[in-house]
Design a protein around this ligand. Structure first.
Ligand code: FES
Length: 104
């Protein structure tokens, strides 16, 4: 398993808000909701839509392409047309730094 890598400052992502980052050539969407941070692959499992460009609705991100909803805490696909989860990564906060460890 990889290391935690710093991806953002706590203060640079509004709450609620999001940021797209790149970790080891992988695009990852970072979400900030209710004081907590979450990280998902920036890939909708329906047809590859860029989740970081979607709209946040509580703990859900809405794919900008065809509107599938994913739970940002788990990556679970909640509505059609997506049926498979997207990958959720580990996140921790140290001081003002948000760190992510890729899950696979
Ligand atoms: S690509 Fe995301 S809902 Fe179709």
């Amino acid at each position: 398993m990889g290391e935690f890598v710093p991806v953002a400052r706590v203060s640079e992502i509004p709450d609620p808000g999001k940021k797209l980052v790149e970790i080891e050539d992988r695009l990852v969407a970072i979400f900030h909701v209710n004081g907590q941070f979450f990280a998902l692959d920036d890939v909708c499992t329906h047809d590859g839509g860029p989740l970081a460009e979607g709209e946040l609705d509580g703990y859900q991100i809405i794919c900008p392409r065809h509107g599938a909803r994913f739970d940002i805490r788990t990556g679970e696909a909640l509505t059609m047309p997506a049926t498979e989860p997207t990958v959720a990564h580990e996140v921790k906060v140290e001081g003002d730094t948000v760190l992510v460890r890729l899950r696979e």
